[in-house]
Structures are given as C-alpha cells and as structure tokens.
Write a protein that binds this ligand. Sequence first.
Ligand code: ATP
Length: 387
Amino acid sequence: MARITSTSQSETESQERLENVVTPTHSVNDAATTGETVLKINGLTRQYEQECAVEEVSLSVSAGELVTLLGPSGCGKTTTLRMIAGLEQPTEGSIQIEDTVVADDSRFIPSEDRDVGLVFQDFALFPHLSVEENITFGIKDWDRTKKAQRADELLELVGLSDHSDKSPDQLSGGQQQRVALARSLAPEPDVLLLDEPFSNLDVRLRIEMREEVRRILKEAGVTAISVTHDQEEALSISDRVAIMNDGHLEQVGKPEEVFENPESRFVASFLGRASFLPGTVLDDMIETEIGNFRTERLNGPLKDYDGADLDILVRPDDLEASSSEGATADGRIVHRQYNGPTFVYQVELHSGSTVRCLHNHAETFEHGQQVSVSLESDHGLAWYPRT
Ligand code: ATP
C-alpha cells in the first residue's frame, strides 16, 4: 500500500514514497457486510494563499463502497484525496476513518499513522523486487507464514499466481497495475485511495482494467475512493460518483442517478455530450423549435412553470435527424463525427442553438445538409429554468 504525489519511477523515490505510508493492519471485511460508515468527511476545506482548492466538502462512504471523485482539471479532486491520505492538512473541517478522527481543528494524524492505502498513478513498483516481494512490501513485519498466505491470496485475487517471481519490467501495464493494487491491499487498509488509476494505461487496456479493478476491489471488500476526470471511467466502475466543480461537491449519487437526473447545469454539461434545447411551457405542453411535446416527457412536476422558458437536457441518443428541406427543416448539419459504429451529427437549429444526434454508421448526412430533428427519448428529460 502507499500514497503519493510525484510520478517519477526512480527506485529510491518509489521506496521513500512507500516507506512513508506503510500503515498498520486492519481488516475491513466484516465492516463491508454491514454497510456502516467507514469514512466521514465534514465541511472539508483547503485554502491556499490565493485560492480555495476545496470548500466545505462533506461526504460519507460506506464499508465496501467504491466512490469516485469526478470533475474537470483543477476542481479539487486530488487535494481532497490528499487530505484523506494525510498528505495535506485541511484548513477547516474534519475527516473520520472508522472510529478515529484523523483531522479536525485540533488534530492531524499524519499519513503514516492512518490506515489508508494509495494506488499511485504510475504504480511505483520497485524494479529490483519480485512481484511477490512488491506485494508484501507493506507487510514485511508480518509473521512469515501469515505473510506467505497473504501473498498467495492476493496473487490469486489479481490473477498473477504464475508470475510471483518475475520482476516488474517483465510484466505488461495491466499486470503492473494488478501488482500495485495487490500491494496496496496487502495490509488490509480501512480505505484505499486510487489516484487516476488508469491514466498510465493505453485506451484499450484502460477499458479492460476498469472492470478488472472493480472486480478486485469488490472481492477484497475494501472501501475505496478513486479520483478521475474521465466520466466514462467514473460511471462504469463506481457505486457512487461525487461530481466536483470549483472546489465544491455538486452532486453525489449512483452513476445512473447522476447521469439521468443531473441536479445542475454543470453536472448535466459534464456528463454525456449534453445539449440544451430551449423550450417554453404552455399548459401541459412544451414548445420547442423541433416540435411540441407533452410536459410528461420531462422529469418532475412543471405546474409552477406555466409560461416559463426552460432549457431541456438532450443527449445525442435522445435525438434523431432526418433529411428535410424548406419549411419542415429544423436546421442544418454543422459537424459530423465518425466513430466507427456510429456517427454523431451536430445540428444548428434556426435559433442558433446546437444539438447532437446519434446515428448508425450507415446513416450519412453531408455537412450543411438540411435536416429535421425528432425527440426519440423514452425516458424523462432533465430541464433547467432559463436564467
Ligand atoms: P487535476 O485533475 O488537474 O489533477 P484536480 O481536480 O485534482 O485537478 P487539484 O490538484 O486538487 O485539482 O487543485 C485544485 C486547485 O488548487 C487548483 O486550482 C490548483 O492550482 C490549486 N492547488 C493545488 N495544490 C496547490 C498548492 N500546493 N498551492 C497552491 N494552489 C494549489
């Protein structure tokens, strides 16, 4: 296990990083079945001289849960993770891990005395140690038999039982990540922190390893917090996603909840390829420039919004374009993106608003072509009052 800041692979640096963070041992497996709170963050704030990197962030994480902090660059994800790790001292607020308050106004328990593990972006494996020695690095002091048993358990968990004597440079990127994960899990930390865990892998491997890492974390029953700016990664691996913006938590929820019911325009814009379709509520109908719909097609009651202007969240799979000319056309194709199996067409409507439409690769429209756009979604659409 470990935690860290730098991305250098040098041996000495790797060793220093790990030695700084060897933690006491503690099992989370019992807690994982009870659903109790393992990590509680309250009003967490980190002020730098010029800037408040994290402001009043509160979050509880249950035993065995995998929560991902997601947000654009500079929104405060890493600072939050570093405060949980004990690498950064909060300016205000508190952090409790299991029954221990590890940071508040009057105390700050340093990283090496917290029961947390960190998986580094660059894996930070020791090149001169074997896979097994890397895995047992944080439990060097354990009794020999117990240590060997733990190593066998973890090698099996991460599917590397046949590679225990190899050195890290004889492993693929995915295998190196498995070793890093096994090493972090070895001392059975209360909380495992994963800092952009897939950023060092190529795109194809990243997708494969997402599922594998989730499987390993779930089988280990560990409580985990991951950090990423990749929405697809966050939505695919997490039990809950915590979306951050400008130092604040914007929304926390299950991936489906935050994707389907974004509570703010920021969350809506950040998840999926969102467009906002302007509309006006008139009785039980919404008038838009691509047609009129019943208000039932939108989420939530709209009875207080009669006459109001709204922006309706539409993603590419909600809309379909069809060839059209003259008065029936809603706009024209201004951009087309070929993705292999699909095309995403961007349509500029007469008002100047743009929306995107997802089509099968066989449905081709030319740049500039006139089209009409229809709403094909079969789920409630989120909306926001026009400001
Ligand atoms: P990224 O995805 O790019 O890593 P992030 O969401 O993890 O971004 P943080 O690294 O937490 O963001 O930084 C949040 C803000 O705090 C940024 O504006 C950053 O410039 C600022 N910041 C971070 N560390 C420091 C520091 N040591 N001193 C001053 N400002 C800092």
